[in-house]
Write a protein that binds this ligand. Structure first.
Ligand code: CA
Length: 747
């Protein structure tokens, strides 16, 4: 029989049409083996479709070569319905590969990257794209076991419309790596992504985006980062760490994010038309210039509170002949035509010290509109600014300009424009040719279109109220039933006993709503254990140690003994704590290593007769700049006969990447406390490396005193209205601090 070519081709096309109909224009695979086989066989134009469902413990690794017209595609059957969980990751190399629609959650990578544009050191991906994917809290349970969520290598890659949110462990969220020549001058485009909430890490290593590393910082990356939306990314003080030459950051929005876009290393960076919206949230910053030929123009800053390196506009001093990992001098750099409203700090020659003595030269600070009423003196000038040309800047009458030359004064006139942004008079905007004041990208336009950007924060009191009857383990039963944000309401004046640990896995409030405080006791070493994801709010509760076991080292609240990758919070208000005296070292709050509190507040509470400490937050002893708590407030409270420290807060090391700890002690009485033989710190209040400290209206009677060790980072320390009656006084390591009305008396 003669081979009929025409008939064969028509049959073949029919088969192709049918098969493409069947699989939705691709080859659908249902498990890792099928997936790897399909990818190994992939030709230009091949589309491999991952079936919807949960893919557990899959390390997808493939090499493929598509062409410009016919990519090799790996995609979800339905975008957002392929969930990659467990010990999983994705790495690929080759040419013209496109990956879309995948969601990584409920797990973490066993390697150091989740999505990697390489399969080995020398096998990189080029001309490839990752789009419409999500990585959500795909966080290593070990907080300081670092990884990078997305690592881009190779050249001409495109990372767009992805959502990256909830990274809890150490490591950059997205990094452009320049490790080999083949990844330099890369022309990558990173755009329209949603970088969602990232909690405070409490250490260096919490950057959201980094391009390059100090080692390769004098080479060109030529990466474009545009139209991304950074939403509450609070990892550390560098939101973006630029560490290579030739990059552009344009049209990005930074919403209520702590830290700055930092030009840490590398030259020839363009930072243009970015919007920084602080909404007066703490530590929100703008742009920091270091190095040469940097251009910062036409950016909009509003409601930024960050100080020092995290100001709205910052130009640093450099190190003469700086080694590659220190601070290059600022040369020929421009900070012009920016709008800065209601933002508190502009810092020039920041970081000036014996080492960082090279002042900026050949630079300009021109045509900036700096208007607002939040800080009448926004400029801080740390050194000689003769190498910066000032002209055409505008400030309002009430504010203090650093010089008369180069600054024009106008009356303050800010209003919301049709885009909802606070703006000065149009003639001023026109005067600097800023153009329309409008967000270049909205939250809705950024990220994977199918994935929520609401975040999952459940504040205290946001849930249901659950009535808890008095008696044995009723609190435990209610806790078990509770959902995040619920309120357990105890009966006034009644007694509650727990014979088992109360594990707390989500935010919950425990309160007495009416009448006298309910009394809570426990037969276990800890009353409550805050596990990963947990947070506790107590109001109007009486805690009593009478039923606690007769053994050393009890506590009312303990963190997990293991690393926590989710920050916790603790609020204690209108509570009374008595007789934590079963055996020695009975603490109120006991924290463990690699746990971190966003906030600990003790308000209007009374503590009597405690053989341990009230709070010990000194578990990170290696002096790596890691610590255990960001914000502490102790207010309007009394402590009597506490043998250990009232607060022991420790942050060691010389790292400058973090904001905290931030501590306020105000309206507090400390009586006969801090003097127990087992109090290892010989103080009632011990603050080591606290970055912002306010101690005001504190009375010590017959107690140990204050031990203040101030470290790097120009900590802000204010001590006022403190009485040491028959007590040890204030001990410091000799660094400067502000003080007023500190009195010591003996009788
Ligand atoms: Ca950093």
């Amino acid at each position: 029989m003669r081979f009929n070519l025409v008939r064969f081709i028509s049959l073949l096309s029919l088969v192709l049409i049918i098969s493409s109909c069947e699989s939705g224009a691709g080859h659908t695979v249902k498990n890792l083996q099928e997936l790897q086989q399909a990818l190994a066989d992939a030709q230009p134009g091949t589309e491999v479709v991952m079936a919807n469902g949960v893919w557990q413990d899959v390390e997808i690794k493939f090499k493929a070569k598509g062409t410009e017209d016919q990519n090799v595609v790996l995609r979800a059957e339905t975008a957002g319905k392929v969930i990659i969980s467990g010990q999983s990751n994705l790495s690929f190399s080759g040419e013209y590969i496109e990956i879309s629609g995948l969601v990584f959650k409920n797990g973490y990578t066993p390697t150091s990257e989740v999505i990697s544009f390489k399969t080995s050191k020398d096998e990189l991906a080029n001309n490839s794209r990752v789009t419409n994917c999500v990585i959500d809290n795909f966080t290593n349970p070990e907080r300081f076991d670092g990884d990078t969520w997305v690592a881009i290598y190779g050249k001409n890659n495109h990372f767009d419309h992805n959502s990256l949110l909830g990274k809890g462990n150490r490591g950059v969220t997205l990094a452009v790596k320049l490790t080999t020549e083949a990844s330099r001058e890369n022309g990558h485009i990173i755009e329209n992504n949603y970088f969602g909430p990232r909690q405070v890490l409490g250490s260096n290593g919490g950057e959201t985006l980094r391009v390059g590393t100090s080692h390769y910082s004098r080479t060109y990356s030529n990466t474009i980062v545009r139209k991304n939306y950074f939403d509450r990314v609070n990892g550390e003080h560098e939101i973006i760490s630029n560490k290579a030459c030739g990059n552009e950051f344009k049209d990005n929005v930074f919403y209520e994010s702590q830290g700055t876009l930092t030009m840490r290393h590398g030259h020839h960076t363009l930072v243009e038309n970015n919007y920084f919206l602080g909404n007066r949230k703490p530590n929100t910053g703008g742009v920091r210039i270091i190095n040469e030929y940097q251009t910062v123009r036409k950016n909009y800053m509003s409601g930024l509170t960050g100080h020092r390196f995290r100001g709205a506009l910052v130009i640093m001093n450099g190190v003469p002949n700086s080694p590659i990992n220190r601070y290059n001098q600022v040369i020929d750099s421009y900070m012009d035509n920016n709008i800065v409203v209601n933002s508190d700090y502009i810092q020039l020659c920041a970081g000036s010290d014996e080492e960082r003595s090279a002042i900026p030269i050949g630079s300009t600070f021109k045509n900036n509109l700096i208007l607002g009423n939040t800080n009448p003196e926004p400029f801080t000038i740390y050194d000689d600014v003769s190498g910066i040309e000032f002209s055409g800047n505008v400030m309002n009458d009430e504010a203090k300009a650093p010089f008369t030359k180069g600054f024009e004064k106008v009356s303050l006139d800010l209003s919301r424009n049709e885009n909802g942004l606070l703006v000065p008079a149009q003639e001023l905007i026109d005067q600097i040719a800023f153009g329309e004041v409008k967000l270049p990208v909205s939250k809705a336009e950024a990220g994977a279109d199918y994935y929520s950007k609401d975040g999952d924060v459940k504040p205290f009191g946001s849930g249901e109220t659950i009535a808890v009857a008095p008696g044995e383990n009723t609190i435990l039963e209610a806790l078990e039933k509770s959902n995040p944000g619920d309120v357990l309401e105890l009966q006034g004046g009644e007694e509650y006993l727990m014979t088992k640990y109360a594990f707390v896995h989500h935010p919950v409030s425990i309160i007495t709503a009416q009448g006298n405080k309910a009394t809570v006791r426990s037969e276990k070493q800890s009353f409550f254990k805050i596990e990963n994801g947990g947070a506790l709010h107590f109001a109007n509760i009486h805690f009593d140690g009478a039923e606690s076991p007769d053994q050393a080292g009890n506590n009312v609240i303990s963190t997990s003994k293991y690393s926590m990758n989710q920050n916790y919070a603790l609020v204690v208000e209108n509570c009374e704590i008595t007789d934590l005296d079963k055996n020695h070292s009975f603490d109120f709050l006991k924290s463990y290593k690699h746990t971190f509190a966003d906030s600990i507040n003790i308000i209007n509470s009374i503590f009597n007769n405690v053989t341990g400490a009230i709070m010990t937050l000194d578990m990170e002893v290696e002096d790596l700049g890691i610590y255990n708590v960001e914000n502490v407030r102790i207010e309007n409270s009394q402590f009597t006969d506490v043998q250990g420290a009232i607060a022991n807060i420790y942050r060691g090391g010389t790292d400058e990447s973090t904001f905290g700890p931030i501590v306020t002690v105000s309206g507090v009485e400390i009586n006969n406390s801090g003097k127990g033989s087992r109090n290892k710190v010989d103080a009632a209040l011990r603050f080591h490396g606290v970055q912002k400290l306010k101690v005001d209206k504190v009375d010590f009677t017959g107690s140990a005193g204050v031990d203040l060790f101030m470290t790097n980072g120009e900590p802000i320390t204010r001590i006022s209205n403190v009485n040491f009656r028959n007590s040890q006084g204030l001990k410091t390591n000799g660094e400067p601090y502000q003080s007023e009305n500190i009195v010591s008396t003996k009788k």
